[in-house]
Design a protein around this ligand. Sequence first.
Ligand SMILES: [Zn+2]
Ligand SMILES: [Zn+2]
Length: 369
Amino acid sequence: MIRSRAAVCIGPNTPLVVQEIDVAPPGFGEALVEIVASGLCHTDLTALDGMNASSVYPLVPGHEGAGRVVEVGEGVRDLKPGDHVIPLYGPECKECRMCLSGRTNLCWTIKPTRDRGVMPDGTSRFRCDDASVHHFMGTSTLSRYTVVPEIALAKVRPDAPLDKVCLFGCGVTTGVGAALSEIRAGDDVAVFGLGGIGINVVQGARLAGARRIIGIDVTERKNDLAIAYGMTDFVHAGREAGRVVQAIREIASGGVDVAFECTGLVPVMRQAFDCCQPAWGTAVLLGVEPPGAEMGFPPVGVRYGRTIKGSYFGGVKGRSGLGRLVDFYMDGRLDLDRQITHTLQLEEVNHGFDLMRAGESVRSVVRFE
Ligand SMILES: [Zn+2]
Ligand SMILES: [Zn+2]
């Protein structure tokens, strides 16, 4: 048993409590990880606000962290103490039907227990005042020490700064990965929503060789960063309300090759579909819709060749694919530093989520050391 400072969410709509918890040793196939830094992501906010169906309270949030392996449990094959790792909310067991399919980066091997806030054996490694505290997304990176199954840990090169590459745990990979897998050189693309995901679709699009990179948002607050990352055109969704699709089509001579939806708003998903080039344009949905939402579109748009699809974690297989993106950062081809607008102590974690709610941060990173 080890004592750990952690942010604990007691229940929905209550501030996080920063306190000491007990962390049990890693079980079979698990590793104890000392977290060095953890970015704050919008999905944590959904758990704090009671809008996340896979939240079991009390819980330790956080799913965008990086740290060092301290101890490994029995049966761990490929990790040892001292290894630098990024916890993955989407594991890669390399053995299940999904992993072996060659068609998806999804792996649902431990999804049933992960979504109940426990480790694969059905129990939690966290305790506080003799009560069990649940894991969140299988990662719980807002604790100095956390336990994660080996299949949900991506080993990264030891020279990569953990307080930066933690962002590969969610937002950067989701955006950059989706751009790299969907865009061909010379494509015109639209990016709806220039937040933590959209901004990374923009830099991924630049890396993929896109021609026009059209950003769409209701605020110009993130435009300096978006332009630095490669945005060539901007459509103000407020000022151009009612003619957003038309404005995009005019810039892209008829329609974009790929449109990325990063807001989770169903009417915006429809705009992403409508602004695509008839006959081959693809709308890629990245934003998470409200529970129970449905979306409509005219079938003729699809019959004539448009595609509407989604992407999870940028289509990147966590354990075998993350190293390539870390290399891009280390080679200076991807930026992380400029999108980290705030660096916080764990005690300031509630302030970090307030900044997110107010739209004042791109990424806030909590540093443990
Ligand atoms: Zn996230
Ligand atoms: Zn698998």
